[in-house]
Design a binder for this molecule. Sequence first.
Ligand code: TAP
Length: 500
Amino acid sequence: MSPIEGISAVTAATIERLAGKMLIGGEWLAAASGEIQNVTNPATAEVFTHMPSSGASDVDRAVEAARAAFKNPKWAEMRPSHRQRAILKLADLLEANIDELAELESLDNGKPVTMANRVDVRGSIEYLRYIAGWATKIEGLTVDVSFPRPRDGGNYFAYTRQEPVGVVGAIIPWNFPLNMAVWKVGPALATGCTVVLKPASETPLTALRFGELILEAGFPEGVVNVITGSGSVVGAAMSSHPGIDKIAFTGSTEVGRTVGLSAMNRIARVSLELGGKSPVIVFDDANLDAAIPGAASAIFFNQGQACTAGSRLYVQRSIFDQFVTGVAARAAKMKIGPGLDPATQMGPLVSQRQRNTVCEYIEKGLAQGGKLVAGGERPDLPGFYLQPTILVDMPQSSTVVQEEIFGPVLVAIPFDDADEAVALANDSPYGLAASVWSSNLSTVHRLTPKIQAGTVWVNCHNLLDPNLPFGGCKLSGVGREMGRAVLDLYTETKSVLMAV
Ligand code: TAP
């Protein structure tokens, strides 16, 4: 283990306290096998801590703990207002530990600490406060039925109840680790479910610290369990586990397909938030002072490791060169450095493996005739850094236009009219998000219904709100997180019909 430069004593103490442990049934345990996995700092490529490398028997233990907690009257009979208060307390605890959580996130993932603070941690707090309110607003319907009345002159009374789905298996990725944990644990707690949460191998720290804060907030033991280890062992065991009633997965389309098939094999509930290849469509009447920085941040935010990253830039031909030059100038000026340096605008990618994947895509783009107008190089630094990169002269059918790269790589293509822009935007297996930049309301209104995406932003990109449903169509997933819609993912509808 190496000492970590630039972190506070509080964060260092947390890392030491959590090393080699995970949360099962309210206890901090090692894997039954005693095996561990290392955790690497992407800014230095050095191992700085380790976590349990769980096996199937650890998953069994965590599921048993979650099942027992689901039946425990302390949780099962907790009044909705008390669940609400406990979630609000949890949000307050996150707020009291913002700086530490932001440091943990930056250290684990590489992202700039200022962004981790603003987006990851504050965003998680906002979401918890939002979802806490739903705990007291879960409701069913009274329903009129049309059966002939019973002979005794009575009638029928029918209603629906929304009941917690049960034990939730939450499998999350490394790009927004705390956000993704909160997006799944939050609604599970609001609806009265219990959870087995598996963070990504690259980024376990904030999920584990979140586990500590959940206990501190007073949730009964076993309501939330955090289990670490490799996806192919722990994630696979969770997906096929008969004790898990619902799988909530965020990650790649490839793994999501496997997880979904495994869950559906036993007809478990499943929601999938998967990959994306989001188009940014810019018309020549757009406000370029907003659209140029908007397009740059749409792709380079979080080192391009965002499922909604605006990775395909379609610009109307008359302004194409001017626009791409503007985005390239912003890319060239971005300050690359360690996430823990508050001046950093772009940190390292999450891992050596991820940087290699992204670099292979850049090479493929160049081999298929692409031309670099920005970046393309690995800076001469010890971590997993990569310059923000822009490719042009790529045909729509090329690999870099069709496949998700999940790194700071933008492909820019010109279009002539709105019909062509829509055709290009929709020519993708993904359908997560898109943005349209124009000052003409008619153009915007004509386009938005035609774009195949779960979210369409207009004159902005990457803005998510707790009250706005979020999710994808096509290969980008199934189900909507956030907003009222998320309650459907964590509850079952029970219909009750009484002869009265
Ligand atoms: P994945 O490789 O798919 O990993 C996601 C999670 O699944 C990790 O916890 C991983 O564990 C686990 N996993 C791996 N193999 C598994 C298996 N066979 N069975 C069950 N679980 C398994 O994705 P990633 O590389 O972490 O994240 C990047 C992807 O997530 C991108 O495609 C991105 O677009 C997508 N993403 C989508 C969204 C939304 S909301 N649509 C949000 C964020 C990210 P290990 O880490 O231990 O391998």
